[in-house]
Ligand binder design. Structure first.
Ligand code: NAX
Ligand code: K
Length: 516
């Protein structure tokens, strides 16, 4: 499944109408019919009062179909037209005339009907938002802004269903510049919109469902559209490396985790445990020697490489022990808990220069220490995976977090291409980008994952799947998907507040158990 923006939706709709020959009015009829099915399937009571709010574009046109079809389903909805009917054009005008020809009731919102409108709003059980769709531009103008505020006042008390996208949310960027509908559910056509996953979008879209309106999804390929893929349960599960039953620990790969410092003891332990819990055959943990006893006590399943240290951080002398062994490992994760230290850049530079072709996950402070060494990264013969959160991404690009958040898809894609690496840009709705420009959005996960150590678990998962033979993009998809789903499921039992890194690891095992 892909995520689309305004222009791509227009291209696909237009191709279906002009080249395939299905009239726009048929698409609109399909769209309305599908939304009605979803309304009837999610109704909170037996004879709900439905208020359909329609704007002046094609999203409003869908609203006319919805109101008419709700009547035919035995309900008594009220259609509320928010614009002067003279302004209606094209298919929306046609559908409005059909509605009128049926003699069905219409409430016209005008200056002198605002009080009556508020009463209708208060009476409704379900509010259908067909005010603005993908055609919105700029802040929502009067009277829509007022209507949207009034609808949002009923948040939690009425079921608000948005048609295609909550009115006021940009389908390209998720940005809300003025007012926008806070939907409980969004019934969207053909593909989810990019804006569901970006910036303000996730706060407004609620639960979303894609419905078919006879615009073929295969048009993405036919029209050569460059769209991000939305990770589904199927894609996430299929990306997990298959495990041969006759396999032994050698089959499942050897992960090296390099990290830890006096102040950050847990991070490398979480990464190593996570790698083992998700199927790696062997895990070696290279840590500064003072934290070795604790790491070993916490994690007896791992092998250890205690290394010399200075002031609680890796010392240069340790490289002599570490570097000759690097060829033994199938994947390497470097950075968790490593901290920042005066000779850190040089330490990591020497480390990186000694690698040949192993897949390397660069996380946490290793990202910080490598900021000025991207040339080294670009030249590397093996696969490199960066896993920055928005703050780390901003530092890598020498820009602000706000700038990163304003264009997560574009920034992830260009950074991955320019530096020939795989990127997992963390945050709500993680984005994965590959060196050849493919982009994936993870629609799963929520605040339960927002806790120190959660990222280390993710890093361990990525390294684990790489060691088990997954190609980097699959390792990232599988790890990101399982991590997010584990957080969601664990939060149901333990609350959004209570999920710890160990719970996430446990949840990942439960998710792995669901794979057939
Ligand atoms: N043939 C098609 O293209 C189909 C379109 N469909 C629906 O049509 C929608 C897109 O329709 P449109 O392109 O007509 O766009 P919209 O219906 O989203 O909105 C366009 C209208 O809103 C006004 N508008 C734009 N920004 C505004 C703002 N900030 N404040 C107030 N008014 C504003 C414009 O003047 C215009 O009248 C989709 O989201 C979908 O719901 C579906 O019916 C399926 C078929
Ligand atoms: K809408």
């Amino acid at each position: 499944m892909f995520a689309a923006g305004q222009r791509e939706m227009q291209q696909m709709d237009q191709f279906t109408i002009d080249k395939i020959g299905l009239p726009g009015i048929v698409l609109m009829e399909n769209a309305g019919a599908r939304v009605v099915e979803e309304i009837l399937a999610s109704t909170p009571c037996e004879h709900p009062k439905v208020l359909v709010l329609a704007g002046g574009g094609n999203n409003g046109g869908d609203g006319f179909v919805i109101a008419r079809r709700l009547y035919d389903s035995g309900l008594e909805p009220l259609l509320c037209l928010l614009v002067n009917p003279e302004r209606l054009k094209g298919d929306a005008r046609l559908q409005f005339e059909v509605y009128q020809n049926r003699g069905l009731p219409i409430f016209f919102l005008q200056e002198n009907t605002k009080a009556a409108f508020q009463k209708e709003l208060a009476r409704a059980d379900i509010i259908v938002d067909a005010i603005l769709g993908t055609g919105v531009s700029g802040p929502v103008r009067p009277p829509f802004d007022l209507v949207i505020s009034l609808v949002n006042e009923h948040k939690g008390k009425k079921l608000v269903i948005a048609v295609d996208i909550p009115s006021g949310v940009s389908s390209d960027t998720g940005k809300v510049v003025g007012k926008a509908i806070e939907a409980d559910k969004t019934v969207t056509f053909v593909f989810p919109k990019k804006g569901f996953f970006l910036q303000d979008g996730p706060r407004y879209v609620g639960e979303w469902k894609v419905v078919d309106i006879s615009v073929p999804p295969s048009l993405v390929t036919d029209l050569g559209l460059d769209l991000p893929t939305v990770i589904t349960e199927k894609l996430g599960q299929e990306a997990v490396p298959v495990r041969p039953q006759q396999g032994h620990k050698g089959t499942f790969g050897h992960v090296l985790v390099v990290g830890g410092s006096r102040h950050f003891v847990g991070a490398p332990i979480f990464a190593a445990k996570s790698a083992l819990n998700s199927g790696a055959g062997l895990v070696t943990l290279a840590v500064p020697e003072t934290i070795y006893p604790m790491a070993a006590a916490q994690n007896p399943e791992s092998l250890f490489l205690p290394l010399p240290e200075v002031d609680g951080h890796f010392a240069e002398a340790g490289l002599n022990e570490l570097l000759p062994r690097l060829h033994q490992f199938d994947s390497i994760a470097v950075g968790p808990g490593m901290g920042r230290f005066p000779h850190g850049e040089d330490w990591l530079k020497t480390f990186m220069s000694s690698l040949t072709t192993q897949s390397v996950v660069i996380d946490a402070d290793a990202l910080y220490l490598l900021c000025d060494e991207l040339e080294l990264v670009r030249r590397y013969k093996g696969n490199i995976i960066f896993t920055p959160h928005p703050g780390e991404m901003a530092r890598l690009l020498n820009c602000t977090v706000r700038e990163v958040e304003a264009d997560r898809l574009g920034i992830a894609k260009s950074f991955a291409i320019e530096n020939s690496l795989f990127l997992l840009l963390k945050g709500h709705r993680s984005v994965i980008a590959t060196p050849n420009g493919a982009v994936y959005i993870n629609p799963f996960g929520h605040d339960a994952l927002g806790k120190g150590g959660s990222g280390d678990v993710l890093t361990g998962l990525i390294a684990s799947f790489l060691a088990q033979g997954a190609v980097p993009v699959n390792a990232l998809i599988a790890a990101s998907y399982l991590h997010a789903r584990a957080g969601e499921e664990k939060a149901k039992a333990l609350s959004h507040y209570g999920v710890t890194p160990f719970d996430i690891m446990d949840g990942v095992r439960e998710q792995l158990n669901l794979i057939g």
